[in-house]
Design a protein around this ligand. Structure first.
Ligand code: MTE
Length: 316
C-alpha cells in the first residue's frame, strides 16, 4: 500500500520478524505485566458501547471459516492517520477520542442530518457477521464484526433520484493523528466511495465492534465501513461524514496513485496490482501459509450482478 519508499534502516521489527513470533512476543510481554511497567503495550481505547451485546446474523456465521484471533485483528492494522507501521498503530491510537462522535449525512438525500453515533446505533441495532477480509497488500483475515447494515442507514436518509454515489470522509485532527502531520503529501482526511447500488447491497456493514466488543481505536472507532468483497482500503475507518452525490468521488488512494488503486477495488485474482500478484493471499497469523484469492473475496453470489457487463480490468 505504501506509496512512499522506505529506507532499509526504517524497517520496523515486524518486517524482519515472522509475524507469529512478533505477536507471541508482544503477548508474552503483556502477560508479564510489561505493559503497565514500561508502557510498551497500550491498554486499548474503545469506541461506542451502544448496541452490545449483539446477536449473530445466521446468514453470516463462521461456518468453515477459520476466524482470526482477536489479538491479531487488534494489533495488525492499517490506519495511516496514526502510523505507517502496522504493529505501532494501536499504541499511537491509544489516546484517540472517539466519544462523543457525530456522523453527518449530506448532499442528495431528502433527510440530511447529523447523528450522534450512540443514538444511531441504539436506533438501528447491532448484529454480528463473520466476514472474510482481504487487503490489497495480499494478506487476509476473517473477522467477526458487529454493526448495522449500511442499507438501513441509506433507507433512513432517503436518497433523491439524482444520487448515484456515496462519499465517505474520515476525521481530520492533527493533534490526535500524528500520521496526518508526518505525511502532509496525503490528501487528508482519508476518504472513500461506493456506488449507491453497492451501498444498498446486503453486505456492507457500518461496524461498531469486533469480537462482540466496542471497536478499538486502531480498528476505526467508533464507526467504520466494512465492504467484504473489496480490498480493505475501501473499508474506511472513523467516519465523520457521508455525502450522497451524482459524481464518482475521488478517493485518497486513487488520488495518490491512480494507476495502482481504482475506485472499484473489487478483490480479483485475475487483475494483478502493478507491483505484485493478486492470485494468492497470505493468512495473517502465519508467515508463509498462502491460499488462492477468491473473486469478489468469495462473495460473488451476492455481488457479481452489480458488475454485469463491466470490464473489471478497466474498472479495477
Ligand atoms: N481508514 C482510515 N481512515 N485510514 C486508513 O489508513 N486503512 C485502510 C482501511 N481503512 C485506513 C482506513 C486499509 S489499507 C485497510 S487494509 C483497512 O482499513 C485495515 O483495517 P484493520 O486495521 O481493521 O484490519
Amino acid at each position: 500500500m505504501f506509496v512512499r519508499i522506505k529506507k532499509s534502516w526504517e524497517l520496523p521489527e515486524s518486517d524482519v520478524t515472522p509475524e507469529s513470533i512478533y505477536v507471541q512476543r508482544r503477548t508474552l510481554l503483556k502477560a508479564a505485566g510489561f505493559s503497565l511497567a514500561a508502557g510498551l503495550i497500550p491498554t486499548t481505547s474503545m469506541g461506542t458501547s451502544a448496541g452490545f451485546p449483539s446477536n449473530l446474523n445466521p446468514k453470516y456465521p463462521a461456518g468453515d471459516l477459520n476466524v482470526t484471533k482477536e489479538d491479531l485483528i487488534t494489533s495488525y492494522n492499517n490506519f495511516y492517520e496514526f502510523s505507517f507501521d502496522k504493529q505501532d498503530v494501536a499504541e499511537q491510537a491509544e489516546n484517540f477520542k472517539s466519544e462523543p462522535w457525530t456522523l453527518e449525512i449530506s448532499g442528495m438525500v431528502h433527510k440530511p442530518q447529523k447523528f450522534d453515533v450512540n443514538k444511531l446505533v441504539n436506533q438501528l441495532g447491532n448484529e454480528q457477521r463473520v466476514y472474510r477480509f482481504r487487503c490489497v497488500e495480499a494478506w487476509a483475515m476473517v473477522a467477526p464484526w458487529d454493526g448495522f447494515p449500511l442499507q438501513k442507514l441509506v433507507e433512513l436518509v432517503q436518497p433523491t433520484s439524482q444520487a448515484k454515489y456515496l462519499r465517505f470522509v474520515s476525521f481530520l485532527d492533527h493533534e490526535m493523528a500524528p500520521g496526518q502531520v508526518r505525511a502532509p503529501q496525503y490528501p487528508w482526511p482519508y476518504n472513500e466511495g461506493l456506488t449507491l447500488a453497492e451501498a444498498t447491497n446486503e453486505l456492507p456493514l457500518m461496524v461498531t465492534g469486533v469480537y462482540g466488543k466496542p471497536l478499538p481505536s486502531q480498528n476505526g472507532a467508533p464507526l467504520r465501513l466494512i465492504v467484504p468483497w473489496k480490498y480493505g482500503f475501501k473499508s474506511i475507518k472513523s467516519i465523520t461524514k457521508i455525502e450522497f452525490t451524482d459524481k464518482m468521488p475521488k478517493t485518497l488512494w486513487s488520488d495518490l496513485a491512480p494507476s495502482e488503486y481504482g475506485f472499484y477495488a473489487n478483490v480479483n485474482p485475475e487483475v494483478d496490482h502493478p507491483r505484485w500478484s493478486q492470485k494468492q493471499e497470505r493468512i495473517v497469523g502465519t508467515w508463509f501459509k498462502k491460499q488462492e484469492t477468491l473473486k469478489f473475496n468469495g462473495y460473488g453470489d451476492q455481488v457479481a450482478g452489480l458488475y454485469k457487463g463491466m470490464d473489471l480490468k478497466k474498472w479495477y
